[in-house]
Design a protein around this ligand. Structure first.
Ligand code: ADP
Ligand code: MG
Length: 233
């Protein structure tokens, strides 16, 4: 029956998640174990020993980051709603990301609303989501380019857009980018978008993306206006 099928689906989603987590953990563990083996034999040239210590430290840090991200995804806390002016969040995210942007000579341009309505959101969570999107945009962008943060007020919605002119998302990848652990980056965790879409869903909003006129990608957070956000998780 339907309930059973739903349960089976849930189980297999959990199983898949556990499998990808195991996979993500196994690689750094193998590196750590290999590095410890080199240290134990001790006969390697000095620089090998140095490298091995480096690997152990870096891979442990990576495991830590992975697990923190995973817990965040698996058990996000419920939003603590506050009346918030969305543009104030955009301003703080632009400043948080400015260092990463400057390193690649990328300009972050903020196009705020003249008269911004307040929304009910968890400011800390919304900041986390926007920062994820902006960092992704920076990583996808060519040097010397521009990222535009735009707030748009529609009839019943407010949209926060992050627009880049970067590498874009191939159609055959579109379905997977929100999956936990899906990443195309050598050092990515693939958890940013998974966490972000959960957080936005908990606010009763949506997180979508589309190809834009500048040849890059626009990620859009859409919040309902004038209606209680849903807390369903
Ligand atoms: P991570 O950043 O660790 O890879 P995310 O969940 O943040 O994990 O993103 C998943 C994948 O989605 C990225 O590896 C990348 O392939 C793709 N992606 C996300 N944002 C963009 C973007 N603005 N432009 C192109 N690709 C993107
Ligand atoms: Mg990311």
């Amino acid at each position: 029956n339907v309930e059973r099928m739903k349960q089976a689906e849930r189980m297999s989603a959990t199983g898949r998640l556990a499998a990808s987590l195991a996979h993500e953990i196994r690689n750094p563990l193998a590196s750590i174990s290999g590095a410890a083996g080199i240290l134990r034999r001790g006969a390697a040239p000095a620089e090998y020993l140095e490298d091995s210590l480096d690997i152990i430290q870096k891979e442990s840090q990576r495991l830590n980051k992975l697990l923190t991200g995973f817990l965040n995804f698996a058990k996000p806390r419920l939003p603590r709603l506050q009346h918030t002016e969305p543009d104030s969040i955009v301003v703080s995210v632009a400043s948080l990301a400015s260092h990463a942007a400057q390193e690649r000579r990328i300009t972050i341009e903020h196009q705020p609303l003249a008269l911004s309505p307040e929304i009910d959101c968890d400011p800390e969570q919304l900041r986390q989501v926007l920062l994820n999107l902006v960092l992704n945009a920076i990583e996808a962008s060519p040097a010397d380019s521009r990222i535009i943060l735009r707030t748009i007020c529609e009839d019943r919605h407010i949209c926060l857009d992050v627009e880049d002119c970067g590498i874009g998302i191939p159609d055959d990848m579109a379905e997977r980018i929100f999956d936990p652990f899906f990443t195309t980056k050598p050092k990515g965790t693939g958890l940013g978008l998974a966490i972000s879409s959960t957080i936005i869903a908990q606010h009763g909003g949506t997180l979508t993306f589309h190809k834009n006129a500048r040849g890059g990608t626009t990620f859009r957070i859409q919040f309902p206006l004038g209606q209680e956000a849903s807390h369903a998780s």
